[in-house]
Design a binder for this molecule. Structure first.
Ligand code: ZN
Length: 245
C-alpha cells in the first residue's frame, strides 16, 4: 500500500460560496475520493484549518503523520505564510529522506516548494476563465502513462505564464498553452536527495479541475512514481577504511 497524505490549506472552500459549490467537502477530499478508488493507495488528509476555519498551530502535520506518509500532496494558495517555518523545514527533511511530494497549482509559492527549489518560484498569472491546452512532451513516462493524445484540454483554468522562477527540471513532462496566448511549464519533476518532487499546474479553486479524468490520471500516476522504495535519512558520519593498507 502507498500511504498518501493530501494536505490542503482549506480556506477558500470554507469562506467562498463559489468554491464551496465546486468543492463542498474541500479540495483535499475531492482528491482523496478519486485516489481512494485505487486498491494500492491508502489516503489520509491533513488541513491547515479545521472545519470551523480555525488555524491549526502545527498546520495539521505531526511527526507521526510524516512517518506514515509515503507521498504527500500539497495544495495551498493564500495561507502559505501561516505554515510555521519549522513545519515546512520538517516536511522538507522528510522529502530529503525519501517521502515523495506533489505540488498542485498555487503550491508553487508555498514555503516548502521554495525551500526545495531554492528560487523565487514566481510566475505571471491571470484569472480570466481562459481555456488551457496541456501538451504532453513524453508519452513514455510513468506520470503521463495512459495519456495517449498529443494534448488534453481544460475548459477553464487560471492562466499561469512563463517565465517561471524554478531551477531547470530533471525532466519537463507537460507544457500548458492558454487561449490568451501564454505558455507555462505545467508538469515538471525534480529529485531532491532521496525524494521525488512533481509540480503540476492545474487546480484553481473555482474550477472543477480535480474532477477531470486526465488530471486524476496524472495525479494517480504521480503518486505511484513518487512512492519511495525506502526512506533513508543521510547523515554525515566519519568512516573507517574498508580495505587494509
Ligand atoms: Zn489559482
Amino acid at each position: 500500500m502507498i500511504k498518501v497524505t493530501v494536505w490542503n490549506e482549506y480556506w477558500h472552500e470554507l469562506k467562498d460560496e463559489k468554491v464551496k459549490e465546486v468543492y463542498p467537502k474541500g479540495i483535499h477530499n475531492a482528491i482523496k475520493e478519486f485516489l481512494s478508488t485505487n486498491e494500492d493507495i491508502e489516503v489520509t488528509t491533513a488541513t491547515l484549518h479545521d472545519e470551523e476555519g480555525n488555524l491549526r498551530a502545527d498546520a495539521g502535520i505531526t511527526d507521526e503523520l510524516l512517518e506514515n506518509t509515503d507521498v504527500m500532496l500539497w495544495w495551498g494558495h493564500v495561507k502559505h505564510g501561516e505554515v510555521p517555518d519549522e513545519i515546512a523545514l520538517k516536511v522538507k527533511d522528510a522529502v530529503l529522506s525519501g517521502m515523495g511530494i506533489i505540488f498542485l497549482h498555487s503550491a508553487h509559492h508555498s514555503k516548502l516548494f521554495k525551500l526545495l527549489m531554492g528560487t523565487t518560484c514566481n510566475l505571471g498569472w491571470r484569472e480570466s476563465n481562459d481555456k488551457e491546452r496541456i501538451w504532453i512532451l513524453d508519452h513514455n513516462h510513468p506520470i503521463t502513462a495512459g495519456l495517449n493524445d498529443r494534448f488534453f484540454e481544460l475548459e477553464a483554468e487560471e492562466t499561469y505564464s512563463e517565465p517561471f522562477g524554478i531551477p531547470e527540471p530533471d525532466k519537463l513532462l507537460m507544457i500548458g498553452w492558454y487561449n490568451g496566448g501564454e505558455v507555462f511549464r505545467s508538469g515538471a519533476i525534480w529529485h531532491r536527495e532521496n525524494g521525488k518532487v512533481f509540480y503540476f499546474q492545474p487546480g484553481h479553486e473555482t474550477f472543477p479541475t480535480f474532477y477531470n479524468e486526465n488530471v486524476q490520471k496524472i495525479i494517480t500516476n504521480a503518486v505511484r512514481w513518487a512512492n519511495p522504495a525506502c526512506k533513508i535519512k543521510l547523515e554525515c558520519p566519519w568512516i573507517a577504511r574498508l580495505e587494509e593498507k
